[in-house]
Design a protein around this ligand. Structure first.
Ligand code: PEP
Length: 266
């Protein structure tokens, strides 16, 4: 953590919960965060499945927990069957969206040019866009992790102006660590986050890089979170499995708040 960047913790619920258990989970998250008094020290967000967004948003009410979606279209409106626009997300109360999750890049073949369109429209709609990048195990083993991530960042940002890119959060999610129980070591995560910051400095400038939050995702849990968050370039986490347990999600938020406080933040 770094004192100047407020931690960001996102809970990616993926294709889990039903309507009733989603509402229960949102309620439990609010209660657990209030109990740990961490809401003030962390930007927390939850990303329920599309059909539950409106109802979960009502449960979150006026709390500080952001409502987010797991994807949006790269188009604004029109004949795009099955897609959901950034404007529609705003309409149902979303304030954030995940773009380019590896389960979409690798499972659905989403490429950087499409992700650039999604990122642009999400940011222009006023959403906090969590842009996911990360290498596969084969790419890491071949010594290509840094170049793959740099290439993804350049492709996704493309021609975005600094002003438009202001509300981006980068999620470094090594594909081999997502849902596998394997995490990058705190040292490997920190090294990649520092690399991402250098790429952002190159794309824009060092001030932009210094204020952009870069979060880690990949089997983060209540036990390993603090060690990862102690990296000076690690500004929080994108949490999959552990975000489905309100107590674990709140513990991870607390770990971020403590790491931030130890770094001189808050
Ligand atoms: C994710 O879905 O972004 C993720 C990091 O999942 P998990 O925490 O389950 O590895």
């Amino acid at each position: 953590m770094h004192a100047e960047r407020r931690p960001f913790i996102g809970g990616n619920w993926k294709m889990n919960t039903d309507l009733a258990s989603g509402v229960e989970l949102a309620d439990a998250v609010l209660a657990a965060l209030a109990e740990g008094r961490v809401e003030d020290a962390v930007d927390a967000a939850v990303y329920p499945p599309f059909p539950y967004l409106f109802t979960v948003g009502r449960t979150l009410g006026h709390s500080n927990v952001l409502l987010g979606a797991q994807d949006c279209s790269g188009e604004a409106a029109g004949a795009f069957t099955g897609q959901v626009s950034a404007g529609m997300l705003c309409d149902v109360g979303c304030r954030s969206v995940i773009i380019g999750h590896s389960e979409r890049r690798h499972g659905l073949g989403e490429h950087d040019d499409l992700l650039h369109a999604k990122l642009q429209i999400a940011l222009e709609s006023g959403l906090v866009a969590v842009l996911c990048v990360g290498e596969t195990l084969a790419e890491r083993d071949a010594g290509r992790a840094e170049s793959v991530v740099a290439h993804q960042l350049r492709g996704c940002f493309g021609t975005l102006t600094e002003e438009t890119a202001e509300r981006v959060v980068i999620a470094y999610e090594p594909v081999w660590a997502i849902g596998t129980g394997r995490t990058a070591s705190p040292a490997d995560a920190q090294a990649m986050h520092a690399h991402i910051r250098r790429v952002l400095a190159d794309l824009y400038h060092s001030r932009f890089a210094a204020r952009t939050r870069i979060i880690y995702g990949g089997s983060v849990n209540a036990k390993n979170a603090r060690a990862i968050f102690d990296g000076p370039d690690v500004d929080g986490g994108l949490i999959g499995g552990a975000s489905l347990q309100a107590g674990d999600f709140a513990s991870i938020c607390r770990a971020a708040a403590e790491a931030w406080s130890a770094a001189g933040g808050h």
